[in-house]
Design a protein around this ligand. Structure first.
Ligand code: SAH
Ligand code: SF4
Length: 357
């Protein structure tokens, strides 16, 4: 059955005409789906019952089913969806207060914004040992429609307008390049979220970073670096054996040259693994000529035979200080933890229902 989510206005026009409906109906449907996040043909009150029945028979608005919706004590919500093929994927909705959007919005600080963390694949092949998704293995790429639907479904259920999107749920987005790219364009054009509010996080798939640099998109690219040496990164981000540290940093420099966009370096802080002050120094040297911000991520336990421990806050502070000394002028932030009690935090998405302990 044809899913309407993911079709643009032209495609919707062709479809309604094929169904024998007037062309202008497409505009009405388009508005219901993308502006109002509608998921039920019967709510499309400006369509005739006959048109609605025809649409119901020949198409569906989306293809995902909601399995569970959990709310964390900090307000973060985690949604477990089932695909039409019976697989589970997760998406997270977070609220950020007082986010400073000075770069984009002339120094105004808007009241607060909803940010959606969405999945791009069922499972992930990269198999980072500290990530719950990595333990699932790779099942399949999501379609552009399934990616966009996560955003619209969360808007529908929460009745909140989403302002930011991060491709930081399950999966390696650049291993599903075509669908991710299509979803970004559709989210920009049809859902109406500016690309400057879209971030794609990658473990470092160099050929796709190079491809992305030529797309003329103003998105933010984030690299999960997690170690400043090949020896350490080979273990933490296994695709490093194919695309090592220096090469991936070079590809980011190229990306910055071509797009004029600052990139983000993500670094998960693992006690005794990658948090030595020596590594902070090497990291600082490595990125000092890269136009970037650094985001240190407190490790979230994944509960799966967990050999990792979160670095304590004193170490994070020292690491950040040494790093700053070696790459002056860069903004270094520590990611604020979200939804830990429902396993909605970074790296905890493994299709489980979070137990409140
Ligand atoms: N696959 C992409 C995006 C998904 S994860 C990537 O790896 O970049 C978003 C961020 O959370 C990545 O930097 C990832 O390495 C990090 N992450 C994964 N598991 C984590 C965990 N258990 N605790 C904290 N961060 C984690
Ligand atoms: Fe995949 Fe990212 Fe998890 Fe690594 S951290 S296993 S790339 S989802």
């Amino acid at each position: 059955m044809q899913s309407l989510i993911g079709l643009n206005l032209n495609e919707l026009e062709s479809l309604v005409q094929e169904l024998g409906l007037e062309k202008f109906r497409a505009k009405q449907i388009y508005k219901w789906i993308y502006s109002k996040s509608c998921r039920d043909f019967d709510e499309m009150t400006d369509l005739s019952t006959k048109a609605r029945d025809l649409l119901k028979e020949k198409s569906s608005i989306g293809s995902l089913k909601l399995v569970t919706r959990e709310i964390s004590s900090d307000g973060t919500e985690k949604f477990l969806f089932e695909t039409s093929q019976g697989e589970k994927i997760e998406s997270v909705l977070m609220y950020f207060e007082n986010v400073n959007y000075s770069e984009d919005e002339g120094g105004n600080t808007p009241p607060g914004r909803y940010s959606a963390c969405i999945s791009s694949q069922v499972g992930c092949a990269v198999a980072c040992p500290f990530c719950a998704t990595g333990t699932l293995g790779f099942k399949r790429n999501l379609s552009a429609s399934e990616i966009i639907e996560q955003v619209l479904f969360m808007q529908n259920l929460s009745e909140k307008r989403i302002a930011n999107i991060v491709y930081m749920g399950q999966g390696e987005p650049l291993n599903n390049y075509d669908s991710v790219l299509k979803s970004i364009k559709r989210i920009r054009e049809d859902v109406g979220i500016g690309v400057r509010h879209i971030t794609v996080s990658t473990s470092g798939v160099i050929p796709k970073i190079e491809a992305l640099a030529t797309e003329d998109l103003q998105i933010t690219l984030a690299l999960s670096l997690h170690d400043s040496t090949d020896q350490g990164r080979d273990y933490l981000v296994p695709i490093n054996s194919k695309w090592p540290v220096f090469e991936v940093i070079d590809s980011l420099k190229d990306y910055v040259r071509k797009t004029k966009r600052r990139v983000t370096i993500e670094y998960v802080m693992l006690d005794g693994v990658n948090d030595s002050l020596d590594k902070a120094k090497i990291l600082g040297e490595l990125i000092k000529d890269l136009h970037c911000n650094v985001n240190l991520i407190p490790y979230n336990s994944t509960d799966v035979d967990d050999p990792f421990k979160r670095s304590n806050s004193k170490r994070v502070e020292e690491f950040s200080k040494v790093l700053k000394q070696h790459c002056k002028g860069k903004t270094i932030t520590v990611r604020k933890e979200r939804g830990h009690d429902i396993k909605a935090a970074c790296g905890q998405l493994a299709n489980s229902v979070g137990s409140k302990t």
